[in-house]
Design a protein around this ligand. Structure first.
Ligand code: SAM
Length: 220
């Protein structure tokens, strides 16, 4: 086969290689996610990672200048992490606090730029102290808030609020239907007690749709 023929042969075309690489990467990501979700459904609270549309919305609170610190609570296999990473300026810190061991292994292998901490979001302030971080510019959380008991919601929320810089933003994701469950309603109520400003946004391009809370100005 000549190089000319080779370019037009779908079996050897570069796009086919790229498509195969993307499919392999996606399968690896879904596999790691799904295995942890099956073993511990309440901890993961989802069967698949969130979509690129959700990641694009989440990334909007990420500062693009200075040396910001961004913390992700529950990065999973990192479906939100790439969008955050792409916006961050050189010199920023991007920390992921993840409880699932399989997720942590996946992140360490595939997202070497992420500072992955295998820990509970409930230990946020102590973890930041260990990392030498006094304040953070954004906390992006996708832990299963609506499945958590009220005291656990409060425990993490108060630490996230205490860690934020004065201009900082706290964001939380839940499934839109989960917002109507007792746990989801309790979470919204807690947010309004902890933050002066609580905005919402829905991303419809995810199954199921995602409800974003974007919160600022902790009520100290
Ligand atoms: C719904 S998944 C979201 C994953 C990913 N961010 C996404 O959007 O696809 C929730 C993630 O939070 C992690 N998680 C649950 N509770 C946690 C906790 N207390 N501390 C840290 N991670 C937690 C789970 O292991 C899981 O990876």
């Amino acid at each position: 086969m000549t190089p000319q023929q080779d370019r037009h042969d779908p079996r050897t075309a570069p796009w086919l290689d790229r498509a195969a690489q993307t499919a392999t990467r996606k399968l690896g990501e879904y596999g790691a996610f799904f295995r942890t979700a099956v073993r511990n459904p309440r901890m993961v609270g989802a069967a698949t990672p969130t979509s690129a549309a959700v990641a694009a919305t989440v990334a909007q609170v990420v500062p693009t200048t200075g040396s910001p610190v961004v913390v992700e609570l529950g990065p999973g296999t990192g479906s939100l992490s790439n969008g955050i990473h792409e916006r961050l300026p050189h010199g920023a810190r991007h920390i992921g606090i993840e409880l699932g061991e399989g997720m942590v292994e996946h992140l360490r292998e595939h997202k070497p730029w992420l500072e992955v901490v295998h820990a509970d979001a409930g230990d946020l302030l102590a973890l930041l102290d260990k990392l030498g971080i006094a304040q953070v510019d954004a906390v992006i959380s996708s832990i299963p808030w609506s499945l958590m008991p009220g005291d656990a919601q409060d425990h993490v929320l108060h630490q996230a609020a205490a860690a934020l810089s004065p201009q900082g933003a706290f964001t939380a994701l839940t499934y839109l239907p989960a917002g109507q469950t007792p746990g989801g309603r309790r979470f919204r109520n807690r947010l309004e007690h902890v933050f002066d400003e609580v905005l919402t946004h829905t991303t419809w391009r995810n199954v199921p749709p995602i409800l974003h809370y974007i919160c600022r100005r902790p009520l100290r």
